[in-house]
Design a protein around this ligand. Structure first.
Ligand code: F6P
Length: 354
């Protein structure tokens, strides 16, 4: 391993996610394995600007692998996007002898990591968000825990629906992504799932609920992804009017973001934390750690962000100009495959929903 770095920094940024602590722990321990010191930065990029840091030892990461949230705290910083903020952040790195950074969070965190790399601080990003909405990786830390928390809650709702012969429309977090909604919908036997990425046939839903009613089905869970803004509440009223079934609305918000991480999140976070340190020590920078199946790899952050834009149909004119035809075709094929897998899962969930 070509090791030159003696001290690295670690921060968590954006929405917290269960497993972030396991990632921080792995970063500190793996760094220690290679006699590299770790400076913890509190409150993400805001803390980097304000110089809110602490030199971490092994004791600082003891007894945290099982803890939800992030012991480094998090914040969404607007100042970091300004030139002045950037300069202060780089100054903090230099003052603390930070020669490389591990930035744990979502796509906003990666944009920050790229900015920092451009200003001379090599960064590696670790994907952590309950939303699993980062196109470059199949898995993001926190996703599994959030879904497992959610299924317990939806199971509880089913109990009370069944008792009262009711329908419950459940809005669930995920920002613009329907991954949580589809998986939780499938895992809880939802009668319908509504996500922003795919069309939804409202009339067919009423027909199916009425068929269920004629067969004396007593509980109906309708899962709606948060990304379909405002729709869940509107639907609650309409279902009652159209089917005569008493209908309630439940929003599963931040409650699914907390809690002790599942085994899957602890393992993924630990492996990603180790990989991030290894990449820095190998001299890599401006990379994001990705996970496909059980395989951990790295991808250039800017490429990863571009994939993300492509997947989410957010590309602007000229965005792809630095990539050749072959690269663009490869990116499109990747996004198409991912979208097709999502659609397949959605259809499978609906196929067995009635
Ligand atoms: O990205 C995680 C997430 O919980 C999303 O699911 C949700 O849309 C958003 O963050 C909420 O953000 P905030 O915590 O700033 O309200």
């Amino acid at each position: 391993m070509a090791q030159q770095i003696r001290r690295i920094g670690v921060l968590t940024s954006g929405g917290d996610a269960p497993g972030m602590n396991a990632a921080v722990r792995a970063v500190v321990r793996q760094a220690k394995e290679h006699d590299v010191e770790v400076v913890a930065v509190y409150e993400g990029y805001k803390g980097l600007i304000e110089g809110n840091t602490k030199l971490f030892g092994m004791r600082d990461v003891s007894n945290i692998i099982n803890k939800g949230g992030t012991i480094l705290y998090s914040a969404r910083s607007k100042e970091f996007k300004t030139e002045e903020g950037m300069i202060k952040a780089v100054e903090t790195c230099l003052r603390n002898g930070i020669e490389g950074m591990v930035c744990i969070g979502g796509d906003g965190t990666f944009r920050g990591a790229t900015d920092l790399t451009r200003r001379g601080i090599p960064c590696i990003g670790i994907p952590a968000t309950i939303d699993n909405d980062i196109a470059s990786t199949e898995y993001t830390i926190g996703y599994d825990t959030a879904m497992n928390t959610a299924i317990q809650m939806v199971d509880n709702l089913r109990d009370t629906c069944e008792s009262h012969f009711r329908c419950n429309v459940v809005e669930i977090m995920g920002r613009h992504s329907g991954y949580i909604a589809v998986n939780v919908g499938l895992a809880t036997g939802a009668a319908q799932i509504v996500v922003g990425e795919l069309p939804f046939d409202e009339e067919r839903m009423y027909e199916e609920i009425l068929i269920g009613k004629s067969r004396k089905k007593r509980h109906y869970i309708i899962m709606v992804a948060e990304g379909v803004k405002g729709y869940a509440e509107e639907l609650t009223q309409k279902i009652e009017e159209r089917t005569g079934i008493e209908t309630r609305f439940t929003r599963l918000g931040h409650v699914v973001r907390g809690g002790s991480p599942t085994l899957r999140d602890r393992v993924a976070a630990s492996r990603m934390g180790i990989a991030a340190v290894d990449y820095l020590l190998e001299g890599k920078s401006n990379m994001v750690v990705c996970m496909h199946g059980e395989n951990i790899s790295s991808m250039d952050i800017e490429y990863a962000l571009m994939l993300d834009k492509m997947y989410k149909n957010k590309l602007k004119d000229g965005d792809l100009k630095k990539y050749n035809e072959e690269e663009v075709a490869r990116m499109r094929a990747y996004c198409d495959k991912k979208a097709a897998a999502f659609k397949k899962l959605y259809n499978q969930a609906l196929d067995i929903s009635q």
